[in-house]
Design a protein around this ligand. Structure first.
Ligand SMILES: [Cu+2]
Length: 501
């Protein structure tokens, strides 16, 4: 048994003794805690509830543009508690933007000014971070650059959107709790050369941890270990919704993983998916794939021709994936369904061949190593965390430093840097960098299969991923962190200070 597994076993035993198991996943009547024969290998994650398919609206709500100018998108967002219908008859109080889950979908075109008039009507302070959008540092919504917006207070975010892709927004303070409670929304920016598609829809993926009565399960420091993986999967804020689809065609799906910790390995059995984009927008060419792995924070853009007879219902699945902590023993899960329409198949536009140009970044001027680590804190503190504060807890760190008690990295504007992200732990960690998009140099020693812009990338357990980034355009303070939100909030986070030379 390794040291870390021993720690996990000790923590688990401690939790049982302390009676914390009452809401460990709220799994009382949902199959219970899953344990493998090796107690040190126990799963810290629950199984998924089996729920009936849900008719009703599938699409996210579009944010209303309040500014008549074609170059400006002005949106009003209010964070507030609201009852959300997660499934027919299941209304659950969630934290929302404008009362909807996900929050309103913001749509803009490259070069637009986006202005968001934000009001915080929550019982605690919050911020909004524009995940993947290259905004000026002051607009990035992290505590390092703005005071958290107090209950009742307002703040206006304003920036120009330079890139076409699928992005999302969420708080960047107490994010493990605030995102789990429902604070997230899609942000779509379109360019001039979008591929022809029969339809173009966003699917925001999430999972939440609920009790038997569907109320949100209590927040427990025990969730920190594997991240809070939910037992109820949501697509566009609903449990197993059904997307009505025209047969044939070439349908575009923009997937966003807004879950705290779940990895979605998406597949539509019997269908090939045409991957056309990643976090940072379109690829150079479409790629035919059978599945797409989406780590927390990550996005994927795919095209698909709907096969099958009229009326056929298809399961979009998340396939088994082992990110550590026994997650590989959980079965495949249905994420949502689609139902073919009764009409004849619609014509399929020619799939795009060339999509965009992605120039490789030049060789790096600076090299850094970032070691992702976990350890146990015996003093009862949880890094910057805000958990129960009682007893032992996991601490997550980068290069031995637990954010916010971490020295910032100092860098020069315009520099090209290679970051070796070394995962010293027995579980995968999704790494996210703010303010800039990067290219993968290697993952576990292998060059990437295709060029792409990214801002969120998986780093496999006990492996190293090397990324290359040009620190262009935006001086200031930028965060980098694990996007398993429990890990970020407990110290696996750092600051990059970019200054003009
Ligand atoms: Cu992590």
């Amino acid at each position: 048994m390794t040291r870390i597994r021993s720690i996990h076993a000790a923590l688990f035993a401690g939790a049982l003794l302390a009676g914390c198991s009452r809401d460990m996943g709220g799994m009382g009547d949902m199959g219970g805690m899953m344990m493998s024969p090796d107690a040190g290998d126990m799963m810290m994650v629950p199984g998924v509830m089996d729920v009936p398919p849900s008719e009703g609206p599938f699409e996210t709500v579009l944010a209303r543009d309040l500014d008549p100018s074609p170059d400006v998108v002005e949106v009003a967002l209010e964070a507030k508690v609201a009852d959300v219908e997660l499934a027919p008859g299941r209304r659950v109080p969630m934290w929302t933007y404008n009362g909807t889950l996900p929050g309103p979908r913001i749509e803009a075109r490259v070069g637009n000014t986006v202005r968001v008039r934000f009001k915080n009507s929550l019982p605690e302070a919050t911020t909004i971070h524009w995940h993947g959008v290259r905004v000026p540092a002051a607009m990035d919504g992290v505590p390092a650059v703005q005071s958290p917006i107090a209950p009742g207070a307002e703040f206006t975010y304003e920036f120009v959107v330079p890139d076409a892709s699928t992005f999302w927004y969420h708080p960047h303070i107490r994010s493990d709790e605030q995102v789990e409670r429902g604070l997230y929304g899609a942000f779509v920016v379109r360019g001039d050369n979008e591929p022809a598609a029969t339809s173009d829809r966003v699917v925001v993926l999430d999972d939440i941890l609920v009790n038997g009565d569907w109320t949100l399960s209590a927040f427990d420091p025990m969730h920190a270990m594997a991240g809070r993986q939910g037992n109820l999967i949501l697509a566009n804020g609903r449990a197993r919704p059904i997307a009505p689809m025209e047969r044939g065609g070439l349908h575009r799906f923009r997937f966003i993983n807004a879950a705290n910790a779940r990895y979605f390995r998406l597949a539509l059995p019997g269908h090939r998916l045409l991957l056309i984009g990643t976090d940072g927008g379109l690829l150079t060419a479409a790629r035919e794939v059978n599945e797409v792995l989406l780590v927390p924070g990550e996005r994927a853009d795919v095209l698909v021709v709907m096969q099958g007879d009229a009326g056929t219902v298809l399961d979009w699945k998340s396939l088994r994936y082992d990110r550590g902590h026994g997650t590989g023993e959980l079965p495949d899960a249905v994420v949502f369904q689609s139902r073919n329409g009764s009409g004849a198949p619609v014509s399929t536009p020619a799939p795009p061949t060339v999509l965009t140009n992605i120039a490789p970044l030049p060789a790096a001027d600076v090299r850094r190593e970032l070691r992702l680590e976990e350890s146990m804190n015996m003093s009862g503190e949880h890094g910057s965390g805000h958990g129960s504060g009682s007893g032992m807890g996991m601490v997550f760190s980068i290069n031995g430093q637990v954010y916010p008690n971490a020295a910032p990295l100092n860098a020069k504007l315009g520099a090209v840097e290679d970051w070796s992200i070394v995962n010293t732990t027995e579980m995968d960690h999704p790494f996210h960098l703010h303010g800039f998009r990067f290219q993968i140099v290697s993952g576990d020693g292998q060059a990437p299969e295709f060029p792409a812009w990214r801002d969120s990338i998986n780093v496999r357990a006990e492996k190293t991923t090397v990324i290359r980034v040009r620190l262009e355009d935006h001086p200031g303070v930028w965060m980098f962190h694990c996007h398993i939100l429990e890990h970020a909030e407990r110290g696996m986070m750092g600051e990059l200070r970019v200054v003009k030379p």
